[in-house]
Ligand binder design. Structure first.
Ligand code: VG1
Ligand code: CO
Length: 544
């Protein structure tokens, strides 16, 4: 095996964010940039650990080139076997499932998730460990430290692998196998959900569904699941072909970016059920006819109904949500008599809770939900969950939501994002607000009393690791909340996220418009943080 040692020098900007390293394609294309980071991942693993590695991405621009490089580096680094998704494609949840199935050392996912792709778009890389989950902070810190001192990387000289052809090819001392993860993933889902029950929904043609794959990774998986296995009409999956630039779109399944689907679902001939997923397939948006389910509500509904799903017959053992996610699920946990954990933003914080069986369901307000079946959030899993639930209850999405709110009360919830604002100013906004917290506690703003405020920190109950500075929280006397944090996934400037939540127990009040209901809180949020002054923006860029 012809291993080349290539000299290199550190890049100072390779600190992984909320979910891996994300940069503009041009940044990744700099000589040695990708190689440095990959070598630092490999250097963070013990030599004896280098057994099976899985590689795949969401199909965005630069995916194929990056995979060829990583394959040769993995062989040089001593991996015994490398599995790679056909055409370089593996969704994030499928990757998590495959790592667990093959008991692999880990997996490298090439994706910037919901960020736009193409030559001018974003690229990203993240490493998932043996349990199938995102590398915990301890490991990402180690990788980052490695990036600051790296002086060489190893790569072998070899011909490129044909990524489209299934099968095994020797490479250096290792073997590379191109695998199809679609059938495996669909089989796995078939174990968790009652496919026969879901099929009865589609059988008569009366129930109609629309799924928007947004030209990203879920297209092939969704076609297999919904159209082939569950009998939904051909054409149920729209924008099904993964494209390098996602068709010029922004593969983020929310009311703003999944507008094609939203127009259908709120149009005159709306289907009964609609859903969308993101670039790498871990997010989901759930819609009914003329009805939108917030991700926080979706998590709460799942918690209340978990026992209906065959894969979870024993019901809810415990649940977790990220801190900014609404407290709708907390109410369910309370009624069910199980613990609800509050973690920092990012799926990596759920790993220990899932591994130690403290929880079997978790989610985030950012269109993410998942369970102990894998260690990532799982977009199609959530869609199947809702389909199975609709089949059990024989109710529409809107009816399911009405029932849920009647029982548990309603949490009006919204997130306001100020994207691509000046980084220094955004940091000043946060530090100014943080400095004022002790003075603000107990004060009334616009007649609304702040009962508590802090900068969220989390101590993991399993390994006692501590994560600080995870978002500024303001709690009001009626249980309303405002949370501020800066995004850790953007690639240009900074993104300020403002999370707003108000609880309304009275079901007479449950038909109100969300933004109107939150209007006073929105005003207070602006005042408290002086958003206009610091960001120079009159309005948020995206409201979800
Ligand atoms: C965002 C979301 C967070 C999610 C993360 C990764 O992070 O808010 O909840 O876990 O994206 O999701 P941030 O730091 O930008 O707020 V994905 O689908 O991009 O892997
Ligand atoms: Co994603």
């Amino acid at each position: 095996m012809n291993i080349q040692q290539i000299s290199s020098t550190p890049f100072t900007d390779q600190k992984p964010g909320t979910s891996g390293l994300r940069k503009k394609v041009d940044v990744f294309k700099q000589a040695h940039y990708l190689e440095n980071f990959v070598q630092c991942i490999f250097n963070s693993l013990g030599d004896s650990d280098k057994d099976i590695l899985i590689i795949g991405g969401d199909g965005r621009f630069y995916n194929r080139q990056a995979i060829q490089v990583i394959l040769k580096m993995a062989v040089a680094s001593g991996f015994r076997k490398i599995l790679v998704g056909q055409s370089g494609l593996v969704s994030t949840p499928a990757m998590s499932a495959q790592i667990r199935k093959y008991k692999a050392t880990g997996g490298i996912i090439l994706s910037a998730s919901h960020n736009p792709g193409g030559p001018d778009g974003d690229f990203g890389i993240k490493f998932n460990t043996q349990n199938g989950g995102p590398a915990p902070e301890k490991l990402t810190d180690q990788i980052y430290q490695n990036t600051l001192t790296i002086d060489q990387y190893q790569i072998i000289e070899a011909a490129d692998i044909d990524l489209d052809q299934l099968g095994t090819t020797p490479m250096g001392n290792a073997e590379v196998e191109v695998i199809d993860t679609v059938a495996d993933y669909a089989d796995f889902m078939q174990h968790l959900f009652d496919f026969e029950r879901i099929k009865t929904l589609f059988r008569t043609g009366a129930f109609q569904m629309s799924f928007d794959a947004m030209h990203a990774i879920t297209g092939p998986y969704a076609k297999e699941l919904f159209e082939r296995r569950l009998g939904a009409m051909v054409g149920t999956v729209m924008n099904a072909e993964p494209l390098e630039d996602f068709g010029g779109g922004h593969p983020d399944p929310n009311m703003v970016h999944a507008h094609e689907l939203v127009e259908q679902m709120f149009g005159p001939k709306a289907p009964d059920f609609g859903a969308a997923s993101d670039g790498d397939g871990d997010r989901n948006m759930i819609l009914g006819r003329h009805c939108y389910v917030t991700p926080s509500d979706s998590l709460a509904v799942m918690a209340a109904n978990l026992h209906h799903i065959p894969g979870y017959r024993n019901g809810l053992s415990g649940v977790a949500r990220s801190m900014p996610t609404s407290q709708a699920v907390d109410r369910v946990a309370e009624v069910m008599g199980v613990h609800c954990y509050e973690t920092p933003t990012g799926w990596k914080f759920f790993g220990n809770l899932l591994d130690s069986k403290k929880i079997n369901l978790c989610g985030e307000e950012s269109f993410g939900s998942g369970s102990d079946h894998i260690r990532e959030k799982d977009g199609l899993w959530a869609v199947l969950f809702w389909l199975d639930l609709i089949a059990v209850k024989q109710q529409s999405v809107a009816e399911i939501m009405q029932d849920h709110w009647r029982r548990f009360g309603r949490h009006y919830y919204s997130r306001h994002d100020y994207e691509e604002v000046d980084k220094t100013r955004a940091e000043e906004l946060m530090s100014t607000l943080k400095a004022r917290q002790s003075e603000l506690a107990g004060q009334a703003i616009n007649g609304y009393k702040i009962t508590a405020c802090d900068d969220f920190s989390y101590t993991d109950p399993v390994d006692n690791s501590c994560s600080e500075n995870q978002g500024l929280r303001f709690l009001f006397e009626d249980g309303s909340r405002i949370v501020y944090r800066l995004s850790g996934t953007g690639t240009v400037g900074a993104t300020l996220r403002v999370y707003l939540e108000r609880y309304e127990p009275n079901s007479e009040q449950h038909q109100l418009d969300t933004q109107q209901t939150l209007a006073l809180l929105i005003k207070i949020a602006e005042q408290l943080a002086r958003i206009k002054e610091f960001t120079g923006r009159e309005q948020p860029s995206v409201i979800t």
